[in-house]
Design a protein around this ligand. Structure first.
Ligand code: ATP
Ligand code: MG
Length: 443
């Protein structure tokens, strides 16, 4: 029989890789907590209508990428392709938005039916943050400074660049929309098919087109910034001034529009030239209209999503990879035939909190058990033979150092293990702080 394989673009994360994931998740959760964000956990499955209404009908995600199916009740449901819509839905549903500022984060898998390739999967993982109730630009700047600090901490500051743009207020976009449609209509026949269709439905998305001829035509199109009202200009100017003052470097990219409909004013992407075609590791922006669009009271909001797979690719590509706690055992308990290992193992666990002890199960000769001990990565083997069992001792064998083995009473062994374990955990706990948080001054 042919063994069943995982679905294309849906990866297993194997035990050798999980320490990297845990490291990244811990670093992110700690940083977000330092800025006052609280975790929210959301369902993977939502009603399809939620994504249609928030992301927008005429977007790549809703048009071609969603995992949508009809459940047993005949309801249309969708595996979440992103986290913002569900977060807004939950915050609204549970009254978190009533006269309150909320700083929230979440993480987990997202699902998009795209062509799998490096940095592009069908089940991928995002870490997201959303802030509700603040019209900015102070929070916009703080959020960007926070992500900047994250890259510093991960040793990635030199391989990521912040691209920044403003989409203006909705009034500004409405005025611009007419001008853009007027201009592009003159070249309708030269546009690609997607863009022709979007001319009537969602013309701003054309700015995002990757088709060469369309891009050429766009070079002379009216510029969105020329249609900004005073408020749009002021918000963007204030944001830039705050970033300058905080020493957060950025590049203005007037072409940056983002692939979801709900954005307005501030939009940004952190991109890297080390990621190939999938260059964006973190993306987000302001979405002041979305809460109301989903049936809530008008609530200003801003957020971002980080693609964790892409961040891991970046960490792999840099020399700054931290020394991770790989979850190796501290000690391996070797047990002679006919001797009860479990009571000894349990006594050691009682005496040494946090001890990672692999208790040999499955029998076998002492020699073969010692081979396993070595392969486990443990630093020490603890040998429980008949004599040791009779005298309340263990024989301690150093597996990574040339040192004579010695037989010691159980409490001496426990004291030794406690010391060694504490030292190791301290070193590992320090690992995420591989770089200082120092930020280069602007310019
Ligand atoms: P892209 O332009 O690469 O398709 P996007 O604009 O569709 O990205 P967003 O919806 O903004 O992506 O999602 C935020 C982040 O999630 C992206 O910047 C990226 O790091 C990550 N991401 C998005 N889609 C995928 C995917 N299919 N596989 C892996 N990571 C992804
Ligand atoms: Mg995409």
């Amino acid at each position: 029989m042919i063994p069943i394989q995982s679905l294309r673009g849906m990866n297993d994360i194997l035990p050798d890789a999980t320490p990297d994931w845990r490291f990244l998740e811990t670093a992110l959760a700690e940083l977000l907590a330092e800025y006052g964000y609280r975790e929210i956990r959301l369902p993977l499955l939502e009603s399809t209508e939620l994504f249609r209404r928030s992301i927008g009908e005429v977007t790549d995600i809703v048009e071609k990428e969603m995992y949508t199916f009809t459940d047993r009740n005949g309801d249309s449901v969708t595996l979440r392709p992103e986290g913002t819509a569900g977060c807004v839905r939950a915050a609204q549903q549970h009254g978190l938005l009533r006269d309150a500022v909320q700083r929230l984060w979440y993480r987990g898998p997202m699902f998009r039916h795209e062509r799998p390739q490096k940095g592009r999967l069908r089940q991928f993982h995002q870490f997201g943050a959303e802030v509700f109730g603040l019209p900015g630009p102070d929070i916009d700047a703080e959020m960007l400074a926070m992500t900047d600090r994250l890259w510093c901490r991960l040793g990635l500051r030199d391989c990521l660049e912040l691209e920044l743009n403003s989409l203006g207020s909705s009034a500004a976009r409405a005025a611009y929309r007419d001008a853009l449609v007027g201009y592009l209509s003159r070249y309708r026949d030269e546009l690609d098919a997607d863009s022709q269709r979007r001319l009537g439905t969602n013309p701003l998305r054309i700015l995002d087109s990757k088709v060469a001829r369309t891009r050429e035509l766009l070079a002379d199109a009216p510029a969105l910034h020329d249609y900004f009202d005073a408020e749009s200009n002021e918000h963007f100017a204030q944001l830039r001034a705050r970033l300058d003052a905080a020493g957060v470097r950025y590049r203005i990219n007037p072409r940056l529009v983002r692939g979801l409909d709900y954005y307005g004013k501030t939009v940004f992407e952190w991109t890297s030239d080390r990621l190939g075609a999938q260059a964006t590791a973190c993306a987000g922006g302001r979405y002041d209209g979305l809460v109301e669009q989903l049936g809530g009271n008008p609530t200003p909001a801003i957020g971002f999503g980080i693609g964790l797979e892409r961040l891991l690719l970046l960490l792999e590509a840099t020399a700054a990879a931290p020394a991770l706690d790989r979850g190796l055992p501290d000690a391996y308990l070797v047990v002679a035939e006919g001797v009860a290992g479990l009571p000894v193992a349990e006594r050691l666990r009682d005496a040494v909190p946090g001890l990672r002890l692999l208790h040999h199960c499955g029998g076998g000769s002492l020699k073969s058990q010692l081979k396993r001990a070595d392969r486990s990565g443990a630093a020490l083997a603890l040998i429980l033979g008949e004599e040791e069992a009779a005298s309340g001792t263990l024989t301690l064998k150093h597996l990574r150092e040339e040192r004579p083995q010695e037989r010691l009473p159980l409490d001496r062994i426990a004291a030794l293990l406690a010391g060694a374990t504490a030292t190791k955990r301290r070193a590992a706990a320090g690992a995420p702080q591989i770089a200082t948080d120092h930020r280069m001054p602007h310019g």
